[in-house]
Write a protein that binds this ligand. Structure first.
Ligand code: ZN
Length: 1003
């Protein structure tokens, strides 16, 4: 559908010019300059100690108008040296303790530096804050136009892979590894420490790098091998071997999995020399007009090779893909992805200028892939579609970071946003005809094929963007990498930036948009463009003042939201009133549609605030819509579309039923459905269908429910729920009102709830959640096979809850909760119950925690007045208000019954061993858990309760182990302090704990 529309809409693009500034040629600003570097590096890999011994000789040419007395150098391997580096602090602050707890032998550093110019030793000192940045004082001032040669030996201890540079055993990813000058530009020096989230800014130059390593390694790097015949022959021999693998196909051309498995087994059996033992080779890599040099080496690489013809098929670029055997099948078409990315980007941003374009598989941990000139490393797994996306993205960085050498640290939206926008271009360019740009982002293919309206790359990136923008969690695109919350680094710098440039392209039309990129490419290839240079490329070539885009959309978090607010038919015409509900006066495209949603006419309006009414021809018009093609980064699509009201059409407005999940459809409200199966002891199996709509943020109105049939009770059952959510309202960050009705053979329930969440933008903690619920329930007596734990009949409970949690500290977690609940019903049951708990968890190792929970409960009632299910059962509460979506036997006593075998970790005193002693009117508990990197945890609990009659207190202790298999935990009590007849731990005391997300679609 977007394609049908795009052809029409382009005709109208640009008719309404806002602020005509007149087309001019694009030039670099008068004071622009850039430095020129020539690197000569000799490096030897020691593959038993995992170190590099190297020597750098660098010619630094000063093209600035200033005399330089020092040069800032980056020593980024020092980012892995200790817990005080900017990298270490960033990972720690973002919640990762992996590097914090890393052993010294797994960390890395750079040393043995001795900066010299000729015979003169140069003074140098570390940056006052960062040990991975150093200031090297030149032997003599370097005047404009002068060249200084700076030399130094260096030694790198290669860390394990924590981020980008690193090794896994004898697999090497050598990146950000040599002393490298910071950029000196119009704004001065740009020294920066190494970061995981936050990329780089580098000077262009020439690299001559001689790498010595054991001959058996397969290596791929930035640059060509000018004397590389034997090495190319070695690679070609591996291409032939790898081709044998891919030739293993069955008659129907499908991979012969059995034969391939056997082949890989043989391939893995090849014997290599012990590290440090084998003969070495020295390879000379040479590359001009790049700003970095990276290399990757592994003895096990399989190799594929292809050719990309560029410059009107006169120049051949070699396409290399190196991958490890474990991803051989996934990488089967990797040459195609690499080739196509370089091909399409070459169409839009200038022909690929180098002699090879390569992708290698690896373990890199900073995202799914990482770009370097000529070569990218891909660590993503998953589907072939995802691999194509990541390879295409990383290869695309050869332009948007490589050829256009942005300051990525200062403006991450430039490289990531413009590159991801180009990913949208690629996907439509390649897949328009075949699949309409369908993109599932890792959702299995079988599932996406079932979707009536699958996501396209455009609709998916918009959808993901709105997860943050729609909840007001977003930040402006323009910002330093370290200004972004981790969630927004992805959502804003990549996705929002991509969809807004996609909208700009749609508004300008393909031709004008490409003219801007052509001018940009001509002016800024192999240079350092900034945000204003991107803007100038668009404004000078289109002659338009694009303030609404480059000021409002790029620099602020203002919201774009147009909608059709009124539609009136008068004679042969319809009058369509468009309202700007947002705060950006962007151009808006308005269209009329027929009964089946097909576009009749479309028109662009220049940006405005308030409302505007325009007239369309009325023939066949059924509805009007803003943004008919779904291009606009509009935060609320629900107001985009308005039908002309005709009684006869009333049934056309019902929600559209869609299976499982589908992309939003302009002008339709969707209701999804999915098959579901529940079961309880009393109801037996409950097959049926769940339905839901608007459950994902930022939906304001969510509908959930389901319709089932109880095979045992032979009757229908089901539930329906409505939740209204508003963001940033009345001082809260999220306000919701919820209504739920359930009717199952086991029980009926009506609940009304209100909830407010307070937290900072784009973070999940620290946060405070307060809620109030009013629940009425009626438990079927026949469904209860234990009257010890449950009372039958109708109960009404009112609860006030408050919970504060702070998981923002990487080592220490806090979680505090308190509840007041009043419950009434049944035979003289009436009680007010107070309870609260405090949970503290301390991380003592990368994958080990000590967790302590304290719990207190007190009932303002005689013991007999408390309904059974609301009592302080020592082995865990019963979820008496039926708030958990537990599908198992909620009210029974069988093997999968809550309380008896299942354990609800957040309810009640929580003794892990089983005890059914009837508790009194007060209870307390302490629970201790110690987890480790093994799937086994230790626990100990102590709890006490009064017996409610003579107020005497009893104390209970137990201890044991927990075996964790994903979300399911097997709880094995080994010892308890009380006598229990017929119960011999560990056998009979075995319980199952489960952690389920608190969504409730079913019983
Ligand atoms: Zn990227």
């Amino acid at each position: 559908m977007p394609h049908f529309l795009s052809r029409h809409c382009c005709l109208f693009a640009g008719i309404f010019m806002v602020g005509w500034v007149g087309a001019q040629p694009l030039t670099r600003p008068g004071d622009y300059f850039q430095q020129e570097l020539a690197y000569r590096i000799e490096v030897t890999l020691n593959d038993s100690a995992h170190t590099l011994s190297a020597f750098l000789s660098l010619d630094y040419t000063n093209n600035s108008p200033d005399t330089l007395r020092f040069v800032w150098f980056h020593l980024w391997p020092n980012g892995y040296k200790n817990n005080q580096t900017a990298f270490a602090k960033q990972r720690f602050d973002q919640g990762s303790a992996k590097f914090h707890f890393a052993k010294d032998e797994d960390r890395g550093y750079i040393d043995s530096l001795d900066f010299r110019t000729g015979d003169a030793t140069l003074d140098w000192e570390y940056h006052p804050e960062w040990i991975d940045v150093t200031k090297v004082h030149l032997a003599r001032p370097l005047p404009p136009g002068g060249t200084a040669t700076i030399e130094t030996p260096f030694f790198v201890k290669i860390p394990e892979i924590f981020s980008r540079l690193g090794h896994t055993g004898n697999h090497y990813e050598i990146t950000q590894w040599y002393p490298k000058p910071a950029v000196y530009d119009r704004d001065g020096w740009h020294p920066m420490p190494y970061l995981d989230m936050g990329e780089f800014y580098s000077e262009f130059g020439t690299f001559d790098v001689r790498i010595t390593l054991p001959s058996e390694y397969v290596i791929m790097a930035t640059g060509d091998l000018p004397e590389g015949d034997p090495e190319y022959a070695f690679l070609d021999s591996l291409v032939a071997v790898t081709a044998e693998y891919y030739a293993l196909k069955k008659d129907d051309d499908k991979p012969d999995k059995k034969a391939r498995k056997k082949w890989l087994k043989e391939f893995d059996k090849r014997e290599f020399a012990e590290p440090g033992d084998s003969a070495t080779k020295t390879l000379h890599f040479h590359q001009e007009r790049v700003h970095d040099f990276a290399w990757f080496a592994d003895k096990r690489y399989m190799v594929q090779k292809g050719t990309l013809w560029v410059e009107d098929s006169t120049r051949a670029v070699t396409v290399w893909c190196l991958h490890l055997p474990d991803v051989a099948d996934l990488w089967e078409e990797s040459i195609e992805y690499t080739h196509d990315a370089a091909y399409w980007y070459g169409q839009w941003y200038g022909t690929y200028p180098y002699n090879h374009v390569s992708a290698v598989s690896g373990d890199m941990a900073a995202g799914g892939g990482m770009e370097y000139p000529n070569i990218t490393v891909i660590s993503t797994g998953g589907t072939k579609e995802m691999l194509e996306f990541v390879i295409m993205h990383e290869v695309g960085h050869n332009w948007h970071y490589g050829i256009f050498g942005y300051n990525e640290r200062l403006h991450p939206w430039l490289d990531e946003g413009l590159n991801t926008y180009s990913n949208i271009r690629y996907w439509y360019a390649k897949y328009s005809e075949e699949t309409g740009g369908r993109f599932s982002m890792g959702i299995p293919e079988g599932l996406t094929k079932m979707m009536k309206t699958p996501f396209t790359i455009r609709s998916l990136l918009q959808f993901v963007t709105n997860l943050a923008v729609g909840t007001h969690d977003d930040q402006p695109m323009e910002g330093h990498a370290t200004d972004f919350e981790p969630m927004n680094y992805g959502v804003i710098c990549y996705y929002k930036s991509s969809v807004v440039f996609d909208f700009l392209e749609h508004y300008l039309g393909e031709e004008r948009n490409q003219a801007a990129w052509d001018a940009f490419t001509e002016t800024w290839s192999f240079a350092h463009p900034g945000p204003e240079d991107v803007r100038a490329a668009f404004e000078t070539t289109t002659g338009q003042n694009l303030f609404w885009f480059f000021d409002d959309i790029v620099k602020t978090a203002k919201r774009l939201d147009y909608g059709v607010s009124r539609m009136v038919a008068s004679g042969d015409e319809v009058k369509v009133t468009v309202t700007n509900y947002g705060d950006i006066a962007a151009p808006v495209e308005v269209a009329t549609l027929d009964r089946v949603g097909k576009l009749i006419a479309s028109r662009w309006l220049p940006g405005f605030s308030g409302t505007k009414t325009i007239t369309f021809e009325g023939q066949g018009v059924h509805s009007a819509t803003a943004d008919p093609g779904g291009y606009a980064p509009d935060v609320d699509h629900s107001n985009d579309h308005l039908p002309l009201f005709r009684l006869a059409d009333i049934f056309l407005h019902k929600p559209t039923l869609r299976f499982l999940l589908s992309a939003p459809e302009p002008g339709r409200s969707q209701l999804f459905f999915a098959p579901m199966l529940y079961g309880t002891a009393y109801s037996g199996l409950l097959p049926g269908v769940a339905f839901y709509g608007g459950v994902l943020p930022p939906s304001k109105n969510a509908l959930t429910g389901g319709l089932y049939y109880s095979l045992e009770q032979k009757r229908l059952a089901g539930s329906a729920g409505l939740a209204l959510t508003r963001y940033r309202l009345w001082g809260a960050d999220q306000l919701s009102a919820k209504l739920k009705y359930s009717n199952y053979p086991d029980y009926s329930l009506v609940r009304f709830g209100a909830e407010a969440i307070f937290r900072e933008r784009a973070v999940s903690s620290p946060a405070l959640k307060t809620s109030a619920t009013l629940t009425w329930q009626d438990l079927t007596a026949a469904a209860l096979d234990t009257t010890l734990l449950w009372d039958a009949g109708a109960f009404t409970s009112a609860a006030l809850n408050a919970r504060y949690w702070n998981h923002a500290h990487t080592l220490l977690d806090w979680d505090l909760a308190a509840q007041v609940r009043a419950v009434a019903g049944g035979a003289d049951r009436l009680a007010t119950i107070l309870q609260g708990d405090a949970k503290v968890s301390y991380r003592y190792a990368s994958k080990g925690k000590v967790k302590i929970r304290g719990w207190l409960g007190y009932a303002l009632a005689d013991r007999d007045r408390i309904p059974n299910q609301y009592r302080f059962w020592l082995s865990g509460g019963l979820d008496a208000d039926l708030g958990n979506p537990l599908a198992f036997n909620r009210t029974g006593s069988g093997i999968l019954a809550v309380y008896h075998q299942l354990y609800l970790p957040d309810e009640g005193p929580g003794l892990r061993a089983m005890i059914t002693e009837v508790p009194g009117t007060a209870a307390w508990a302490l629970n201790l858990d110690v987890t480790s990197k093994f799937p086994i945890a230790l626990f100990a609990d102590v709890a006490g309760t009064n017996n409610g009659q003579d107020e005497s207190w009893q104390t209970y202790l137990n201890a044991g182990v927990i075996l964790a298999l994903g979300p399911v935990k097997f709880i094995v009590p080994l010892w308890h302090s009380w006598d229990a007849e017929g119960e011999q731990p560990p056998y009979k005391g075995l319980r199952i704990g489960i952690s389920l997300p608190r969504i409730s679609l079913g019983p």
